[in-house]
Design a protein around this ligand. Structure first.
Ligand code: C5P
Length: 228
């Protein structure tokens, strides 16, 4: 019996994992990110019938079956991969922990520890989520925000500065291990509401998010087709 998913016929683009910004052949700047949340969302979207493309920074996870996975290392590579695929996506979910700054210079040889202080010049990386949300014809765009304080207020601010449709906010201050663990406690922030979700496995967060997005898109379609 075939399960008709709520995202049947839709294309979903997901970013997951960290990015690595190399300083020299053996060192990088990065963020802590297991990639588990993004992979769980990608899997949930496939189970709901979507065609899923996953642009993934370096993780230890096995690429899920049925998903077109494009591995990348740096933020600039992640942006390029997203730009290649986003025009055909109906939904974009940015879960990657993108490194905010990259070294200005890449040293071809391993940097020697000759001095007691080493100064690095860092350059701001592009904001991939904001780039997607500010396109002329953006997909339905969801960002993730890991916060350590004022979780809801900071997430609401991000919704407007980045211009995305929804933010999933999670408090990473209390639960140690949320970044590498299998559970997450999140809040769904939209322009008009903030919804507290119970602590769920990352798999369940993915499933719930896939269903909420589908419901929202079908509501939007329903209301825009009224009278047409
Ligand atoms: O501003 P902050 O990094 O907390 O925002 C997190 C959200 O923005 C996540 O969805 C993340 O994937 C996205 N992001 C991005 N590109 C960046 C920084 C963050 O897409 N350079």
């Amino acid at each position: 019996k075939q399960h008709i998913g709520v995202l049947n016929g839709l294309t979903v683009l997901v970013t997951a994992g960290p990015t690595w910004e190399a300083l020299d052949p053996v060192r990088s700047l990065t963020n802590h990110s297991s990639g588990k949340m993004g992979y769980a969302i990608a899997k949930a979207a496939v189970q709901e019938g979507a065609a899923v493309k996953l642009v993934s920074g370096p993780t230890n996870l096995t690429p899920p079956k049925g998903i077109d996975v494009q591995p990348v290392t740096t933020a600039l590579e992640m942006l390029a991969a997203v730009e290649d695929s986003v025009s055909s996506a109906h939904i974009f979910i940015g879960v990657a922990a993108v490194t905010d700054y990259r070294p200005e210079l890449y040293e071809q040889q391993k940097i020697k520890k000759n001095s007691s202080v080493l100064k690095l010049n860092l350059i701001r990386n592009p904001d991939i989520l904001a780039n997607v949300a500010n396109r002329a014809m953006p997909p339905f765009t969801v960002g993730f925000a890991a916060e350590t304080e004022n979780v809801i207020d900071n997430a609401k601010a991000k919704l407007s500065t980045k211009g995305c449709d929804w933010i999933i906010a999670n408090d990473v201050s209390m639960i140690s291990g949320v970044l590498s663990g299998d559970e997450n406690t999140v809040h769904l922030i939209t322009e008009t509401e903030s919804e507290d979700w119970p602590t769920l496995s990352k798999t369940e967060v993915g499933e719930r998010l896939a269903k909420r997005i589908a419901l929202n898109l079908s509501d939007e379609l329903g209301s825009s087709s009224v009278g047409s």
